[in-house]
Design a protein around this ligand. Structure first.
Ligand code: GLU
Length: 278
């Protein structure tokens, strides 16, 4: 049984790019007689707003999508992410880091990683246990993954993408990534990996902008003993001038299109789903 999901972050109104992505997931489930889930990725209390969550429900229903209830909202499930982080901590794979962005920029090795900014040079990795404990208790710190140790522990990994076939994972290129912060005690990588497993998602459909992140998710699955779904990274929808749709394109939000008198069928046609059957 195929289980897909659409997992928006409620940081703004949905636009045409979201409509396309949601329809890809929805159609993949329907064609296979599978299940379609909606998940609200609202771990960031500063950027996420309840009114945008409500707008997601309204706009997707208007577009013609139906999903299973209850919808999983990540802000309700901090304990699940904390448990995953504790497991990584028990394996000795997490360490606290109090370096500022400025320090990291200054110290980073010259070979920059184009997807995630400078690779962390590992300054706090070598701190003795007592210094780590003190840092974790007294200072604003983040928790980083000891990438070299993590990769050594699981060995070579691959994952499957519908358009690309078998992909060799190379999470090591990201260096010691941040997996939790004091203010947001999880991260996109941890919560998405845990949730896809907990919800039994078997096919992750999402934009190509998240292709690189899948290497990290594959690593976390291996470390945490979670199953690996199949993936389908779809091209990002672009406007006539080749630019990606973004939250700033106010005229192309589903809400604005609806208010301008467009029908759900008009919008589905605009994103290439004109033959969508309700
Ligand atoms: N919440 C992410 C976003 O809105 C998508 C996560 C995913 O599909 O894995 O960009």
């Amino acid at each position: 049984m195929i289980v897909t999901r659409f997992a928006p972050s409620p940081t703004g109104l949905l636009h045409l790019g979201h409509a396309f992505s949601a329809l890809v997931a929805y159609q993949a489930a329907r064609e296979a007689g599978g299940r379609f889930l909606l998940r609200i990725e609202d771990i960031d209390p500063v950027r996420c707003k309840p009114e945008y969550t409500q707008a997601i429900f309204t706009d997707l229903a208007w577009l013609g999508l139906a999903w299973e209830e209850p919808v999983r909202c990540q802000s309700d499930h901090g304990a699940d992410y904390a448990a995953a982080l504790d497991r990584l901590r028990e394996m000795g794979l997490l360490y606290p880091c109090a370096c500022t962005r400025r320090q990291i920029g200054e110290l980073a090795a010259p070979q920059e990683n184009d997807e995630a900014g400078p690779v962390y040079p590992g300054t706090c990795r070598g701190l003795p246990e007592a210094a780590r404990a003190e840092l974790a208790q007294t200072r604003a710190c983040v928790w980083r993954l000891d990438m070299a140790q993590a990769c050594a522990r699981v060995g070579g990994l691959t994952w499957h993408d519908a358009g690309r076939g078998e992909v060799v994972a190379d999470p090591g290129r990201f260096g010691d990534i941040v997996l939790a912060r004091k203010d947001v005690p999880t991260s996109y990588h941890v919560s998405v990996t845990v949730d896809d497993a907990l919800q039994g998602v078997s096919l992750v459909t999402r934009g190509e902008d998240l292709l690189a992140a899948t290497d990290i998710h594959r690593l976390l699955q291996a470390l945490l003993g979670l199953p690996t779904p199949r993936y389908r990274h779809h091209p990002l929808l672009r406007d006539a001038s080749g630019r990606r749709f973004a939250k700033r394109d106010k005229a192309l939000t589903l809400r604005a299109l609806r208010q301008a008198g467009r029908s759900p069928q008009d919008v589905r046609e605009m994103v290439g789903f004109g033959d969508f059957s309700l």
